[in-house]
Design a protein around this ligand. Structure first.
Ligand code: ZN
Length: 436
């Protein structure tokens, strides 16, 4: 692959990440790109009418999205080729009664969402984004907000007051130590509702503070994503886990061109980081509901059409993988040490933390060969626990053949993660083979 491809993809991925501080924004940005490429939105509350070759997408809960390019052959005969990823990343989120006043400070109480590497959230220039639900004409209407400027900070404790921090490690109590500071009482009010009303006005939404009935708001780092490294080989960005995989699946779908025989699809779920058990998570009904309705509109209509479609189908579960860390290499299995810039990683675990088996591994390896890419392998040390993905959950829910793969990265679940630019392009090219 040429350096130009890598530059273009890296720049576009970083723009996608910066446009997506929360799953709400990731879904909006994904929908925007799909619409630009001729995809139309289907409403789950309406009947669907479908034709071969149609490009459609569906959202649920404003945080999960699935897009499909219908094939020329009915799905009961050709099945689905699906790429699955997740829109959510670990972060800090506002509690319902968020405002706290303490020692002259305005603060906002937060909950910890998912497996946050808490220490990395200290001393960052944090902003606020998400969804605000406003009462309008007697009914609740959701609006996205993004303050886009430094607003909050979780200040570190000075080393003079914590002398053993470097040798004993930073010990953080999530309730006591992670409460971000919003302002000084002496500087004036810092009423959350007024701030939200002003922010909504910036987006041309008129609302009174009393009309803000609910919200889902998360903190994020305002530092823009960037390239780094002696040759620009690295990407430094938040939420690479797993927006880099969302981006790769989406880009492969959009680049796959005109309809093939098989129906292609990308499903980007929320709530992976907290176990996927929700209405729009991988353990919920979202994908099955979409697939069943696509089968209804694009098959011979027999009662067993859905079941035949699933047996013809294949899912690539794309989620980021642990590259070997030069300073901690002993934590990797000696024969399975994925290299940054080394290409896609096939993830295996016999206890089904990953859904990969010999056959699905071989399928993906064959796609890599066609794309001129050599896959790497990851298996965790036998004496260490293993992370998981939407792969085994979706496989169990649907009974679909599944392989777990991902691009190698460092600093997973840090507020600022790290990956290699060339791996993005390699993953897109393999997923594009999958779709063609
Ligand atoms: Zn992930």
């Amino acid at each position: 692959m040429s350096p130009t491809d890598i530059d273009t993809a890296a720049k576009d991925l970083l723009a996608y990440i910066d446009a997506s501080p929360t799953p709400y924004h990731a879904v909006r940005e994904t929908a925007r790109r799909l619409t630009e490429h001729g995809y139309r939105e289907l409403d789950e509350r309406e009947p669907w009418s479908l034709q071969p070759g149609d490009r459609v997408f569906i959202t649920r809960g404003d945080t999960s999205i699935a897009a499909f390019h219908l094939g020329t052959t009915p799905v009961d005969r050709a099945g689905f080729r699906l790429v699955g990823s997740h829109t959510d990343s670990p972060n800090l989120r506002l509690k319902p009664n968020a405002p706290v006043a303490k020692h002259g400070y305005h603060q906002l109480g937060v909950e910890v969402y998912g497996g946050v590497l808490l220490s990395t959230w200290m001393d960052r220039d944090l902003s606020l984004a998400g969804r605000v639900v406003v009462l309008s004409g007697g009914r609740p209407v959701p609006h996205l907000v993004d303050f886009q400027r430094p607003l909050l900070r979780v200040p570190n404790l000075a080393i003079h007051l914590n002398r053993t921090v470097n040798t004993d490690g930073l010990k953080l109590n999530a309730q006591d130590h992670m409460v971000p500071v919003l302002g000084l009482e002496s500087a004036g009010p810092a009423e959350l509702r007024s701030l939200l009303v002003r922010e909504l006005a910036r987006a041309n939404v008129r609302a009174e503070a009393g009309d803000l009935l609910g919200y889902d708001l998360a903190l994020y780092d305002t530092q823009p994503s960037t390239r780094s490294g002696a040759q620009g080989e690295f990407l430094h960005a938040p939420r690479l886990d797993n927006l880099a995989s969302c981006y790769s699946g989406l880009s492969a779908l959009l680049a796959a061109g005109k309809a093939g025989e098989t129906t292609r699809g990308v499903v980007l779920y929320d709530h992976e980081e907290i176990g996927s058990r929700s209405a729009q998570g991988a353990a919920g009904t979202f994908l099955r509901d979409c697939l069943q309705r696509l089968v209804l509109g694009h098959s011979d209509g027999r009662a067993d059409a859905y079941h035949r479609a699933i047996r013809h189908s294949f899912l690539v579960s794309a989620d980021m993988a642990h590259a070997v860390h030069p300073n901690y290499s002993s934590l990797h299995e000696p024969r399975h040490q994925p290299l940054m810039g080394g290409g896609p990683v096939i993830k295996s675990n016999v206890n089904q933390s990953y859904a990969t088996d010999g056959e699905t591994w071989a399928h993906f390896a064959a796609l890599c060969r066609e794309a001129g890419v050599t896959p790497q392998h990851f298996v965790t040390r036998t004496d260490l626990g293993c992370g998981s993905t939407i792969g085994p959950i979706t496989a169990a829910e649907l009974g679909i053949r599944t392989v777990d793969v991902g691009s190698p990265m460092l600093s997973m679940h840090s507020i600022r993660e790290m990956a290699a630019a060339s791996d993005v392009v390699a993953m897109i090219s393999v997923l594009q083979r999958f779709f063609t």
